[in-house]
Design a binder for this molecule. Structure first.
Ligand code: NAD
Length: 426
């Protein structure tokens, strides 16, 4: 007799774009959006897929796949980062582009949303190969990008140098004079903005400060956990440390560290710089990323990748406040669990919008060739983060919904209104 094990049918995981559309529909229900606008706003306007060859250092040629998706252009040029990751898919880029539309709208920026990506592990490439890949990808997507149409920025595994290569490639196709408005997050010498590198982490901390004031959380001595110690996470951890919070846990892709008495964050940054990771930091215990998320703390900042807080771990999350520095770190099922448990979630489209807001400042400066001081940048960012927090909270209270749905409802309402005003062409 042959004994076969029972077939376990797992519920298929929703794709990231499914999650984005589900969140959209929940918010659209709240504001009673009509079906026509629902169809328009839940669809990406342009999806460009490019396959392109790159000559490697050993003389061989590899073909890479990249994407640039523009979700919406109603309010102005589209804006969104470019990520280099082996697992990037069109579905993921579509979701991220849609979130960019809502992110820009919730902050009141005159932009639509876009996103790009290349299926590549940049750590496997030499600098020369990375440059060749970037220049060829930039050429392929130059059909749709431009300072008045679609403006890329850095995202996971891309940085100011990558933006400089995109700027140069785009400019060389037009005679060579630098066209700084085509990208943001570029080096300062090429027209980058003071404060841009730190803007996502800083904006997230401004959001935490607003929420702490509104919900009566004392920041001095508050215990903070940060998942992901890259651009967004390390800056948020450092600024919260400077504000007197106890940052008790941080992690990166190799794992996390924990000290209930608080970590010396500048020393952790130094340790990461020297060893390439936060783990094995002296005076701290190594923990897994799964354990890190469930540590006893007041404030949790997911600042790594999407899909980290799920229906499995949401019941065990102990934080009172979650500020999503990462894009899409919480699944819709986890959202419901956190809401029922009274945990406040500052949603990604608001909590990490500091990056795109300072990108907007950078773009304005690039177009005008007139540059602001870091103090001006930070104070304007603080003002916009505060204004948006109160606008979202007002919608949350009016409709009795959580902050994610409120932020989406506010954003969708704004883009719907612009779409109505512009009308359907022809
Ligand atoms: P980054 O590449 O600088 O840092 C990512 C960090 O996450 C690294 O420390 C990496 O080791 C860590 N990480 C990767 N996988 C992990 C895992 N499974 N568990 C724990 N840590 C892990 O990227 P970033 O720019 O800081 O972006 C992080 C998140 O913030 C992304 O979701 C990104 O979309 C979002 N974001 C970034 C910006 C920005 O301006 N940089 C703006 C808006 C949103």
């Amino acid at each position: 007799m042959v004994i076969t094990s029972p077939v376990v049918r797992e519920k298929p995981q929703p794709s990231l774009y499914d999650v984005a559309v589900e969140q959209f529909n929940i918010a659209a229900d709240v504001i009673g959006l009509d079906d026509d606008l629902r169809r328009i706003l839940s669809t990406c306007k342009r999806e460009l897929i490019v396959h392109f060859p790159v000559e490697m250092d050993d003389g061989s040629v590899q073909v890479f796949t990249g994407f640039r998706v523009q979700h919406n252009l109603a309010a102005g040029p589209s804006k969104g980062g470019i990520r280099y990751h082996p697992d990037v898919t069109l579905d993921e880029v579509k979701a991220l582009a849609m979130w960019m539309t809502w992110k820009c709208a919730v902050m009141g920026l005159p932009y639509g949303g876009a996103k790009g990506g290349v299926q590549v592990d940049p750590k496997q490439l030499s600098q020369n190969e990375l440059q060749n890949l970037t220049r060829r990808y930039a050429t392929e997507i130059s059909l749709v990008i431009g300072p008045h149409t679609d403006i890329p920025a850095p995202d996971v595994n891309t940085n100011p140098q990558v933006m400089a290569w995109i700027l140069d490639t785009y400019s060389m196709h037009r005679g060579g004079v630098a066209i700084p408005g085509v990208v943001t997050g570029k080096p300062l010498l090429l027209g980058g903005s003071a404060g841009r590198l730190e803007a996502t982490g800083r904006g997230c901390v401004f959001a935490v400060e607003e929420a702490a004031r509104a919900y009566g959380i004392e920041l001095a001595g508050a215990r903070v956990v940060v998942q992901g110690f890259g651009n967004a996470g390390s800056v948020a951890a450092r600024l919260l440390h400077e504000l007197g919070c106890l940052v008790i846990g941080v992690s990166d892709s190799q794992g996390g560290i924990w000290n209930p008495r608080g970590l010396d964050i500048p020393a952790v940054i130094q340790h990461k710089r020297q060893t390439g990771t936060v783990i094995n930091f002296p005076n701290a215990e190594n923990v897994s990323n799964a354990e890190l998320l469930e540590l006893d703390c007041d404030i949790l900042i997911p600042a790594a990748l999407e899909g980290q807080i799920t229906r499995e771990n949401a019941p065990r999350i102990k934080a009172r406040l979650i500020a999503e520095a990462a894009n899409g770190p919480t699944t819709p099922e986890a959202d419901r669990i956190l809401f029922d448990r009274g945990i406040i979630v500052l949603p990604d489209i608001y909590a990490n919008a500091g990056g795109v807001t300072v990108s907007y400042f950078e773009w304005v400066q690039s177009l005008q060739h007139f540059y602001w001081t870091e103090r001006e940048i930070n104070s304007r960012l603080k003002e916009i983060m505060a204004r948006s927090f109160h606008a979202i909270r007002e919608v949350a209270e009016r409709y009795r919904v959580h902050m994610r749905t409120a932020a989406l409802a506010l954003a969708i309402q704004r883009v719907a209104e612009i779409t109505r005003l512009r009308g359907i062409y022809p």
